[in-house]
Design a protein. Structure first.
Length: 256
């Protein structure tokens, strides 16, 4: 199970304790989102979280510093998720160098087509970073094979042709697509994301995959917790731990 968190959301100071709470809740890996003004794959919850993070003054260097702080205390894999323009502006080689030195394990860049990723692949290989590429229900079989050949961490199966946080209209159709992808993807694990809001969603969709990823549902829960001034920080973080455990093990799961 992978969990997504936007860096700098809901506050800059909250990111590290939230990463730790997500880790303690049972995440097998974590995606740390680098906020961007035009996150084309994201629905409203993650768009909103990026807007808040940018207003909080978050920069790309902040992703490296919080990653380094998290990895000092945890071996849980951490992937940076973001968009290619800021990476180009930072400098591909410099970005991969700084990501590696911060303990980052891999990169997810949704707007980078695999066939245009050679420069990133070279820099990522040099700095020991894995790469994740995405497929969707309308991805042809040959392109799924190519994506599998170029990915080095896992293949990210977008559950539907839509944005994060969107309700899946037909889980049966999604399952048919994921079964097709499972038969094609041979070199990497296959993980499914987008539209997963509960343990039941995860179990239904991950029947034909090696795992699942949750983002928007976690972001919405965190925002609700942080908007409630009556809840102490310790209790907010405990609620996040319990949420992660429930997504992985079912509603009754909690973390002591």
């Amino acid at each position: 199970m992978g969990i997504f968190l936007t860096n700098g959301f809901p506050t800059k100071e909250a990111t590290l304790p939230l990463l730790q709470a997500i880790d303690q809740g049972g995440a097998d890996f974590i995606e740390l989102g680098m906020p961007f003004s035009d996150p084309l794959a994201e629905g409203l919850p993650i768009q909103h979280s990026s807007e808040i993070a940018l207003r909080n003054g978050i920069s790309m260097k902040d992703a490296f510093s919080v990653s380094a702080a998290f990895k000092k205390q945890s071996d849980t894999p951490l992937l940076l998720m973001g968009y290619i323009n800021p990476v180009y502006r930072y400098g591909i080689s410099n970005f991969c160098r700084d990501a590696h030195s911060s303990g980052v394990n891999g990169l997810i860049l949704p707007d980078l087509p695999p066939e245009e990723s050679e420069m990133i692949r070279e820099a990522a290989y040099k700095h020991n970073l894995d790469l994740v590429f995405l497929i969707a229900p309308n991805t042809p079989d040959d392109r799924i094979r190519e994506t599998d050949e170029l990915a080095t961490a896992f293949v990210y199966a977008v559950s539907m042709t839509g944005l994060t946080g969107t309700t899946i209209n037909s889980k049966d159709a999604a399952s048919e697509y994921l079964e097709r992808a499972q038969n094609i993807v041979q070199d990497n694990p296959l993980l499914v994301g987008f539209g997963i809001k509960s343990y039941e969603d995860a179990m239904k969709l991950s029947r034909y995959t090696d795992g699942f990823i949750v983002g928007s549902a976690v972001i919405k829960a965190i925002e609700a917790l942080w908007n409630d001034e009556q809840i102490s920080l310790d209790n907010k973080l405990q609620s996040v731990r319990n949420l992660i455990a429930s997504l992985k093990y079912g509603e009754q799961a909690s973390v002591a």
